[in-house]
Design a protein around this ligand. Structure first.
Ligand code: ADP
Ligand code: MG
Length: 371
């Protein structure tokens, strides 16, 4: 799907407060009144999408600007930030920092670059906080299913067992003060794919802010940060994708300035075999793709927080993911679990009740339960 089309479909307008409109009208009237030369209307700010390819997918940097050419260099800086994180943390190239760690950290102690260190520290903390549901050492399993290296496939039980023997973040010795990493077992590999996109989006948004941009939206396949507000509207309204793709978005909700959102779902990467669908999120406790939920959407204060937790909540499944989500007041969750007769259940956290809207065309496909 054309991504420009996607992002413009995802965002629609919420009327701005009328007081603001009044103020604008007053300003415009004043400008007209004081103009000595014939009045030439300044171009109105509008949302301009700057798309780029990164991390094997598309990213959109949307900037609200009256001058798309003038904003292009700033958009390019944000795009370069995304590309930099990709080049550090990619598992698809042999040249990334993560690839180097994976090659060397079993036989020696490797000093890692500061940004990778930050994401590593967050990952290892998350491993503990999620009771091992998030575990960057799932790499050999992710590879066995072809979600790294491709093509997607169902591995044999023997292959799964072999890969599974290497999984367990207790085998990652990380020294935060020295920024060094060492694997205590041969062939251990790490995968930052469950967290790196969120980090990348935060870094891109920070670079826009550092260059004076106030109103923007950075979107890396559903990992987003909302800055300010869109043109002619008070809030960014984001569509949440139907994990079964029957409708484009099953729900919409406004994001406040500074909020982030992320979605993890089976529909992004999966393999189908004998009528069964296997997704790209692996349960590190079983070695098999996690089952139980269709998608996890999180709203929080940073894309890193959201992308961090969407993966382990997906692993933890229905009841447990609701318990953890309810416990964390900094994250607001929308969880989709499969139901019978084509009707799935959307579990929406109470904290989102006032702003969650099921779109009319999804009403027969979902029942909503607040928790
Ligand atoms: P997306 O990358 O589509 O935004 P996620 O944030 O859920 O979705 O990340 C999924 C990726 O995380 C997988 O492709 C894989 O690289 C990695 N991964 C899979 N299972 C786990 C896990 N249990 N813990 C940590 N990372 C995982
Ligand atoms: Mg994630």
């Amino acid at each position: 799907m054309d991504n420009f089309e996607r992002i413009s479909a995802e965002i629609d307008n919420v009327p701005r407060r009328s007081i603001l409109r009044l103020a604008l009208v007053a300003c415009a009237a004043f400008a007209l009144f004081t103009a000595t030369r014939p009045f030439a209307a300044a171009p109105e700010p509008r949302g301009v999408v700057y798309p780029t390819r990164v991390m094997g997918t598309y990213a959109n940097v949307l900037i609200v600007t009256p001058d798309s050419a003038a904003s292009a260099p700033v958009a390019a800086i944000a795009q370069r930030a995304l590309a930099r994180v990709d080049s550090l943390m990619s598992n698809w190239t042999q040249t990334s920092e993560v690839a180097r760690i994976n090659r060397e950290a079993s036989r020696t102690t490797v000093t890692v670059q500061p940004e990778v260190a930050r994401v590593l520290e967050a990952s290892l903390r998350l491993w503990k906080e999620s009771q091992g549901a998030f575990d960057i050492t799932v790499e050999p399993l992710v590879r066995a299913w072809g979600f790294i290296g491709g093509p997607h496939r169902v591995p044999s039980e023997a292959e799964i067992a072999n890969a599974f023997r290497l999984v367990g973040a207790q085998r990652v010795q990380y020294d935060a003060a020295r920024r060094t990493i060492h694997f205590t077992k041969d062939s251990v590999r790490i995968d930052l794919g469950g967290i790196a996109k969120g980090y990348a989006v935060d870094v891109a948004a920070e670079s826009l802010a550092a260059h004076g941009i106030q109103n923007a939206l950075v979107d890396l396949t559903g990992n987003m940060v909302a800055m300010g507000h869109p043109a002619n509207a008070g809030a960014w309204r984001i569509g949440v994708r139907d994990p079964r793709d029957r409708v484009r978005f099953f729900a919409r909700l406004p994001l406040e300035a500074g909020e982030a959102i992320s979605t993890s779902g089976q529909y992004e990467q999966f393999v189908e075999s004998k009528g069964k669908t296997y997704g790209h999120i692996i349960d590190p406790r079983t070695g098999k793709p996690a089952e139980g939920l269709l998608s996890v959407t999180l709203i929080g204060r940073s894309a890193l927080d959201c992308d961090s937790w969407d993966t382990p909540l997906f692993v933890l499944g229905g009841r447990e993911s609701r318990r953890v989500a309810a416990e964390r007041t900094d994250l607001h969750a929308i969880l989709v679990s499969p139901g019978d007769y084509g009707v799935d259940t959307v579990w929406v956290e109470e904290s989102l009740r006032a702003r969650f809207t099921l779109v009319p065309e999804a009403r027969d496909l979902f029942q909503v339960i607040y928790f």
